[in-house]
Design a protein around this ligand. Structure first.
Ligand SMILES: [Cu+2]
Length: 343
């Protein structure tokens, strides 16, 4: 039996291609295992909460330079104290315009910004040395509902570098009230809204402020837990009319109320229908009566995450089984030869 003599060298040779193929499979599989992990919603900029009267808010003044949060909602008819914290190493100011709807232009020089406030007045003007804190106590009466007031830092060139924000005064209508902003960088700020209504249906009012020159829409899906794509939203909204489709005129400081009714809890996606805006990331999610997912974890220092490890372990296990099977295959007794002509 010549076959019998060769057999001992065969198992490894037979196993090798299986092993290589399995490793290849594993290498193809790893990225797809990683890809299966659901990426959470677009980068979280902020969470708007249902407004509560006399709620105090903290606004951080940073060296980026920026105000965080940049947009603050204050209900009309109440007093709100803004807790101002300079978290940076440079001085900053929180200087709030007294003129509703007025916008500072980024092209203005520091002198022009100063003279605007000198001429038109301020609702608050707090200078903060590095590491210090202060308060701005604000009261808006009912007639100021829907007004928007800009704040900025008067330290030269901080406003021009982006250190500004808006106080959005919302109405006192019952129900859930939220505020939202649209930007020329084609985004909703924040892109995550949340509310925990006590009952359904619930009337929701979103005060939308356009900070830029581009027009936008606030168009929200009527069904919860539907994820729209730039390629299918038109067809979707044709079949399922949006809860609301508000046009936000392209003018800095313009405000529009989007009022709609939500009939049950869930996650409702909203988008801008202006051509190309959704595809550029202009969308957000409204979490109604369900928890907002935790923001994506900070990048891990681990080289691979646990999901990838599990996936590769499974695929390597398959590789070992294949290798083992193929090496054993050679050890099974050969099928009995067909009877020879001489037997
Ligand atoms: Cu848009």
């Amino acid at each position: 039996m010549t076959d019998g003599r060769r057999r001992p060298s065969r198992p490894l040779r037979r196993a090798l291609p299986w092993l290589l193929a399995s490793l290849l499979l594993a290498s193809i599989g790893l990225p797809s295992v990683a890809g299966l992990r659901v990426v959470s919603v677009a980068p979280e900029v902020g969470v708007a909460h249902p407004l509560a009267s006399s709620e105090n808010r903290t606004v951080n003044l940073t060296d980026r330079p920026s105000f965080t949060p940049q947009f603050v909602s204050v209900p009309a008819g109440t007093s709100v104290s803004l807790h101002l914290v300079n978290v940076g190493a440079y001085p900053h100011t929180f200087t709030l315009s007294a003129t509703p709807g007025a916008r500072l232009l980024p092209s203005w020089t520091p002198t022009a910004v100063d003279s605007f406030f000198e001429k038109n007045g301020t609702l608050a003007n707090v200078s903060l040395a590095p590491g210090t804190e202060g308060w701005a106590n604000l009261t808006f009466n009912a007639s100021e509902a829907l007004d928007t007031f800009e704040f900025a830092s008067l330290v030269p060139y901080q406003f021009q570098s982006g250190m500004w924000g808006l106080v959005n005064v919302t109405s006192t209508t019952p129900g859930v009230e939220l505020s939202e902003n649209t930007t020329d960088s084609l985004s909703f700020v924040p892109n995550v809204l949340s509310a925990s209504p006590a009952h359904y249906p619930v009337v929701v009012a979103v005060l939308i402020t356009n900070e830029g020159n581009f027009g936008h829409t606030f168009t929200i899906a009527p069904q919860s837990n539907v994820t729209l794509l730039p390629t299918n939203y038109s067809a979707y909204f044709s079949a399922h009319p949006p809860l609301v489709n508000s046009n936000i005129p392209g003018q800095p400081g313009r405000t529009v109320w989007a009022n709609f009714t939500v009939f049950g809890p869930g996650v409702y996606q909203y988008i801008c229908e202006i051509s190309g805006h959704f595809a550029n990331g202009m969308y957000g999610f409204f979490y109604v009566g369900v928890p907002v997912p935790a923001p994506p974890p900070a990048p891990s220092t681990a080289i691979v995450d646990s999901g990838v490890l599990v996936g590769s372990a499974i695929l390597l296990g398959i590789a070992v089984v294949f290798a083992g099977m193929s090496s054993l295959a050679g050890r099974f007794p050969p099928r009995s030869n067909p009877p020879g002509p001489h037997s």
